[in-house]
Design a protein around this ligand. Structure first.
Ligand code: ADP
Ligand code: MG
Length: 333
């Protein structure tokens, strides 16, 4: 039998019709948006597995931070205000020093974003590996919330912060790339302590037409928006904001980090042209760089295509597909 990719697996086996009174907009967005009476909540869940999502020697503090950060980031993509989370954790042994550090990383971030831990599950792992799974809940004004669908022809495409740093840190840890001490420190910060963009996300609620966070690589994640929206897009390669840690890398490596590198947890969204001024104001208020990297175009037939132009020349982006847990493509981490 053919090897199904991550998204084929989800679509084929887990995209199930509604079976009870609660429903959402369906699988495929960063969060499920659920109406309960007159309220709407956003719910997301993300699991981190040792050896796949984090290196064996990752500090407990960083793991605590990142496990929550990646979930808050999905709430940011939906423009929901984070309110609470549930924590399930499997550890090989009960080590108070490790737990102490994990707690510091986890609650340091939870406190900054005002989210309470309301429950979870704690078990011993039998394979010696650590797994952390968090489910996060956020609140939205009734009937609102951002999804990956909704991008319109002629929308601008925007991205927050800078891209590629987290990917560069991963490549250094695999011994494949070399960075200066300072660049590696910076790149590691992006990988180990991503900053969820919730304040930005909330401000985009009334501005963006479609939004997601970048966890699997720019091209893959913009592809999700385009597919869900039934649109195509054109990106300007030179406009993509590059993390400063990439400056000294060879061109090809930079390209890979920018287009296919995941784990940056920046927001990626589309918005009408007349929102440019409002977006510039948000960028100034949050002191967060925000860059316009392309525009949405009509799809030819039914296929969402992503064209990346570099100095008017079309780039061949076949090798930059981004992360898929079940792909054996060489792009994988
Ligand atoms: P993200 O990177 O934002 O966490 P994913 O790419 O992991 O999102 O997932 C894509 C979509 O598929 C999401 O809407 C997610 O909720 C859904 N999904 C993933 N795995 C499952 C599953 N096992 N059952 C139901 N839905 C799933
Ligand atoms: Mg996401």
């Amino acid at each position: 039998m053919q090897n199904l990719g991550e998204f084929d697996l989800i679509q084929r086996y887990f995209d199930w019709p509604k079976l009870g009174p609660w429903s959402s907009q369906g699988v495929g967005d960063d969060c499920a948006l659920i109406d309960i009476g007159t309220s709407r909540i956003a719910v997301t869940t993300d699991m981190l597995i040792e050896g796949t999502h984090f290196f064996e020697n990752t500090s407990a503090y960083d793991l605590g931070h990142k496990s929550l950060a990646v979930n808050l980031s999905d709430l940011a993509a939906a423009a929901a205000t984070p309110r609470a989370f549930f924590l399930s954790i499997a550890v090989p042994k009960s080590d108070p020093d490790w737990m102490n550090e994990f707690q510091k990383g986890l609650f340091g971030l939870a406190k900054r974003f005002g989210v309470s831990l309301l429950g979870g599950d704690t078990v011993r792992s039998v394979d010696g590996k650590i797994t952390v799974s968090i489910t996060a809940l956020g609140e939205l004004p009734a009937g609102t919330g951002l999804t990956r669908s909704g991008a319109r022809v002629d929308d601008d495409i925007w991205v927050s912060g800078s891209l590629g740093g987290a990917y560069a840190a991963v490549q250094v840890r695999y011994g494949k790339w070399k960075l200066s001490t300072e660049s590696y420190r910076r790149a590691s910060e992006r990988l180990d302590r991503p900053e969820p963009r919730n304040r930005l996300g909330e401000k985009l609620l009334k501005i963006a037409n479609a939004c997601c966070d970048i966890s699997d690589g720019l091209l893959q994640d913009i592809g999700h928006i385009m597919k869900r929206s039934g649109r195509s897009c054109e990106l300007t390669y030179e406009a993509i904001p590059q993390d400063a840690s990439l400056n000294a890398l060879a061109l090809e490596n930079r390209k890979k980090a920018l287009l296919a590198g995941g784990d940056d947890y920046e927001l990626l969204w589309t918005a009408p042209r007349d929102a440019r001024e409002a977006i510039a104001t948000i960028s100034a208020e949050l002191r967060l760089p925000i860059t316009r990297i392309g525009r949405v175009v009509e799809s030819e037939e039914d296929t969402a295509s992503i064209r990346v132009l570099s100095r008017e020349t079309l780039l061949d982006t076949g090798a930059y597909r981004g992360f898929d847990h079940f792909s054996d493509h060489e792009n994988q981490r």
